[in-house]
Design a protein around this ligand. Structure first.
Ligand SMILES: *Cc1c(COP(=O)(O)O)cnc(C)c1O
Length: 213
């Protein structure tokens, strides 16, 4: 496994490493746990809920993938950060369920930066409009901690770099609006492009296949 090298690289750059454990069996996830990894990313609620009781209680769980509104209620008590808020509807449902639970949900807003239409996220203009219109506001039930994005799946590193650069520019722009209290996480970069993402300002990377090879 490549874990130690990647972990060291991230630490040196002061970037938080989320080990994407989706589809991985518990024994493999445990190897990373024993090497010191605590933050794990999952994308399916069902899989997340079945893994949590099988892992030590000090694991920190993130939801990184498309989340359906009707699944929010079941996972919210167990997750530390939701990376993938990509619609107003989902934002509102998380706020509502967090209020019922009496917790403050931490979320990232997912932005559509890739070429592929299949990748989700707010469009840049749409997001700025929602922020301007106060449709994405924080309160005691929800904290907007930053942005997440996925680059196009391509060999063209110039394109990947320019997509990450654009997301970082948007991140800084929103930070400068000073409407959010803890807007300091920029989640971008996966197995194939995390080094470019870090060069372009990622504060958090989500790496799966490369760690579990
Ligand atoms: C699967 C996934 C990752 C990790 O992908 P790898 O290429 O295996 O590193 C990161 N982010 C999201 C949203 C994912 O769904």
């Amino acid at each position: 496994m490549n874990y130690t090298g990647i972990k060291g690289f991230c630490e040196q750059k002061q970037v938080t490493l989320v080990a994407v454990s989706k589809t991985q069996p518990i024994d493999k996830i445990n190897i990373l746990y024993k090497s010191g990894q605590r933050i794990f990313g999952e994308n399916r609620p069902q899989e997340l809920l079945s893994k949590i009781p099988q892992m030590p209680i000090d694991c920190i769980w993130h939801i990184i993938g498309n989340l359906q509104s009707n699944k929010v209620k079941s996972i919210l008590p167990f997750v530390d950060l939701i990376h993938s808020v990509s619609s107003l509807k989902l934002f509102q449902e998380i706020t509502k369920q967090a209020e019922i639970l009496g917790i403050q949900a931490k979320v990232l807003l997912q932005v559509h930066i890739a070429e592929e239409e299949s990748k989700s996220g707010f469009e840049v203009e749409e997001l700025l409009e929602y922020i301007n219109n106060k449709q994405l506001i924080e309160n005691k039930s929800i904290s907007i901690n930053g942005l997440m994005g996925m680059a196009t799946f391509t060999e063209n590193t110039d394109q990947i770099r320019s997509e990450f650069k654009g997301l970082n520019e948007l991140f800084v722009k929103i930070q400068n609006l000073k409407v959010y209290n803890n807007f300091n996480t920029l989640s971008m970069g996966m197995s194939g492009d995390y080094q470019i993402a870090i060069e372009e300002g990622a504060t958090m990377v989500r790496i799966g296949s490369l760690l579990f090879q």
